[in-house]
Design a protein around this ligand. Structure first.
Ligand code: TGC
Ligand code: FAD
Length: 396
């Protein structure tokens, strides 16, 4: 043990000195992202949230410039970073706003990953370098108005017409859709679920922005209507056969959320600690009250546990050993705890906790979306339950 124990200088995220186990490269990538977020996102994000509109195209170009888009993929202009480094990047992005992390998740882990993993060489060459640079924005259409947690029941269909495909149906709650240049769309066919790369605009495709969101307001979300959309044969992702293909993409994106949610929680804790140190009631800082300190201690412990979990999953991913149900453990725990931390921090700020002058309620509201998308908490409980019992409790 050392004698240097100035607890006030210890980061709430790093009570256990977990940062000490990161590689120099991981730390360097993290600081590049943290700086970018400090310069380009933090000063504006509260305003974007209030307006319900973010400059997605400009952000994509900024993120592309530093190699953030598809950063864990290799080749085709992608950075080929470690899973841990990608996770740290998600954490720093979401410390600013979940919607900003969503932009990066959907671009890199869903749209780009689908093409990178299941696409033809021509599809990869055509789309990935421009998507990595942020010049082309992608979206990923799996959810439908009537089929969210259960994508196996999707109603969107594709049928062959000569060498073409005709696509009909609709996708709902699609991040980036209103600004996207390309959509990866999943549809039922006579051969099972297949994936299609749909350039936007394409005749027959209508995209409508979803308005009145009370959460993830600094992210663009849309509905995609597909009316007899004619696609050439080479729009099909050749290696994506069956529901396991889109679910494989979800595993990628869920992994990023395991880390990202910690960023939102860390930011709330940072703000609440600062606020409690300066706010006096009953003649003393509220940080000095035992009940407040109990809240802080419990939150810091959960944050550290979540970070340990994320690091462990990241190292499994880097060793090529990460399994989907392990990602479910991380997504379930870290999002649930991050939301609990955000709500608890809000209480510490009192009335100011509900003000947009502070980021805390914005984070909490965002985390309500994060709790639901990429598999709701209940779905991840059932994935873990199935692994534990050998019994599927999804249907019936
Ligand atoms: P099930 O029979 O269990 O599986 C079908 C096939 O898929 C395989 N599989 C997976 N593969 C990779 N990763 C996973 N996570 C996988 N889960 C299952 C499985 O082995 C099987 O393969 P095979 O070869 O035997 O056919 O399928 P099920 O119909 O019973 O459904 C299982 C369930 C409920 C877990 C799945 O449908 C599910 O995850 N539902 C939740 C849907 C969801 O998460 N949607 C997210 C949409 S995208 C989004 O929200 C983006 S938000 C924006 C952002 O990220 O920021
Ligand atoms: P439902 O599936 O109708 O679920 C409603 C409730 O029922 C939930 O609590 C759920 O857990 C529960 N439930 C369902 N089935 C069971 C069961 N078997 N047992 C117990 N409880 C159950 N989708 C995309 O494809 N691409 C995107 O880019 C995308 N972006 C999104 C962005 C935002 C802001 C949001 C909010 C959503 C986004 N989604 C996206 C959709 C998201 O993935 C779905 O909302 C999610 O999968 C849940 O589907 P649902 O909303 O239809 O809820």
């Amino acid at each position: 043990m050392t004698e240097a124990t100035d607890v006030r200088t210890t980061s709430p995220l790093d009570l256990l000195d977990l940062d000490g186990s990161l590689t120099g490269e991981d730390r360097q990538i993290r600081s590049v992202v943290a700086q970018l977020v400090t310069d380009r996102v933090r000063p504006h994000v509260a305003g974007w949230y209030e307006a319900g509109r973010a400059p997605v195209r400009e952000l994509a170009l900024e993120f592309g410039r530093v190699g953030l888009l598809g950063m864990h993929l290799s080749g085709y202009g992608c950075a080929g970073a470690s899973a841990v480094a990608y996770g740290l990047a998600c954490l720093e992005l979401e410390a600013a706003d979940s919607g900003v992390r969503s932009l990066v998740s959907v671009q890199g882990s869903l749209a780009m990953y689908a093409i990178w993993r299941y696409g033809s060489e021509e599809q990869k060459q055509r789309w990935l370098p421009a998507m990595a640079a942020g010049e082309v924005i992608g979206c990923f259409g799996l959810t439908e108005p009537d089929h969210g947690s259960d994508p196996a029941s999707m109603a969107t269909r594709a049928r062959r017409d000569g060498s073409d495909w005709l696509l009909g149906g609709g996708k709902m709650w699609i991040t980036n859709a209103p600004v996207a240049d390309v959509a990866v769309v999943w549809a039922r066919t006579d051969e099972g679920v297949r994936g299609f790369v749909v350039p936007l605009p394409t005749p027959g495709v209508t995209v409508r922005e979803i308005r009145h969101k009370m959460s993830l307001r600094a992210s663009s979300t849309g509905e995609i209507v597909l009316d007899e959309v004619r696609l050439p044969a080479d729009a099909l992702l050749p290696a994506a056969a069956g529901l396991r293909a889109p679910l494989g993409c979800l595993t990628e994106a869920r992994y990023g959320i395991v880390w990202g949610a910690l960023g939102a929680a860390r930011d709330c804790l940072r703000v609440a600690l600062d606020y409690a140190g300066g706010r006096e009631q009953f003649g003393r800082p509220i940080a000095g009250f035992q009940l407040t300190q109990a809240k802080f201690a419990d939150m810091a412990v959960e944050l550290q546990k979540g970070y340990l979990l994320a690091l462990h999953l990241g190292r499994l991913a880097d060793a090529g050993r990460l399994r989907p149900e392990q990602v479910s453990v991380g997504k379930l725990n870290n999002v649930r705890e991050a939301l609990a931390i955000a709500r608890q921090c809000r209480t510490i700020l009192g009335a100011n906790g509900i003000s947009g002058e502070y980021p805390v309620l914005r984070h909490a509201n965002n985390l309500e979306s994060v709790l639901t998308y990429e598999g709701t908490s209940e779905i991840h409980q059932l994935v873990i339950g199935q692994r534990l019992t050998g019994l599927s409790a999804f249907g019936g």
